[in-house]
Design a binder for this molecule. Structure first.
Ligand code: FES
Length: 232
């Protein structure tokens, strides 16, 4: 099925655009909207956004690849972003991140084989007074320790069946999954290569091609080896 914005999407986009002096100025919120709808900003989705608000496609890609909150590739159902910037670093952010790497068996920029978790080292999440801070979907988890993230991971695992393959967005009033397409493992033989999950894989494995929900198969460019990992 071809990707498209439906009438409801177009109405929402118009509503967002109305808050800005012109269509292109609404690029960031429209990207958020598209990412919520399609799960990630595949090249086809970027093109949809470009056409919807009259922004050249290369400009859209520049923005998507500049900001860490936009994802060109499917993330895990629970996308864990751990801050290791200065305040969180002083409170043990690196130890928390290392612990998660070992516990989940993945490096930053990778996802677990079942697609449940993906991991990223984050820049400052603006919660410096309550480090270590980790963002999961739109939720912030603060004052984290190794024991606390163990308990959180167990909680997410228990919660996963309720999400029915969708991404976790926020859990303030119980898990909210929203209209987001969920992660699906790659489907070898349907135009996709065999699954190339995390662990000992090299750079190209950090960006395996996948089909997600109703999205057509696509082959995004490989991520850099250190994607998802801050440069020190
Ligand atoms: S340093 Fe971690 S939230 Fe600011």
């Amino acid at each position: 099925m071809a990707l498209a914005f439906n009438d409801e999407d177009r109405a929402k986009i118009e509503q967002i655009v109305a808050r800005y002096p012109n269509k292109p100025a609404a690029l960031l919120p429209i990207l958020h909207y598209a990412q919520d709808k399609f799960g990630h900003l595949a090249p086809e989705v970027q093109l949809l956004v470009a056409h919807a608000i009259d922004v050249p496609p290369p400009r859209v890609r520049e923005v998507v690849t500049f900001y860490e909150m936009y994802h060109e590739h499917p993330e895990g159902q629970f996308h864990l972003e751990v801050c290791t910037n200065i305040s969180c670093h002083l409170m043990g952010g690196d130890a928390v991140l290392d612990h998660l790497r070992k516990k989940l068996g993945i490096a930053c920029g990778e996802h677990t084989e079942d697609g449940m978790f993906s991991l990223m080292e984050a820049e400052c999440l603006a919660s410096c007074g309550s480090g270590v801070c980790m963002k999961v979907g739109r939720d912030y988890y603060e004052s984290l320790t190794v024991d606390a993230v163990d308990a959180l991971v167990d909680r997410f695992k228990a919660m996963a069946p309720e999400l029915k393959g969708h991404h976790y967005i926020e859990g303030k009033d119980g898990p909210h999954v929203g209209p987001v397409k969920g992660f699906e493992p790659p489907r070898p033989g349907a135009g996709n290569p065999a699954p190339a999950p995390a662990k000992e894989k090299e750079a190209e494995a950090a960006a395996p091609s996948k089909a997600t929900g109703d999205l057509p198969a696509f082959n995004p460019p490989p991520l850099k080896k250190d994607d998802g990992k801050k440069k020190k």
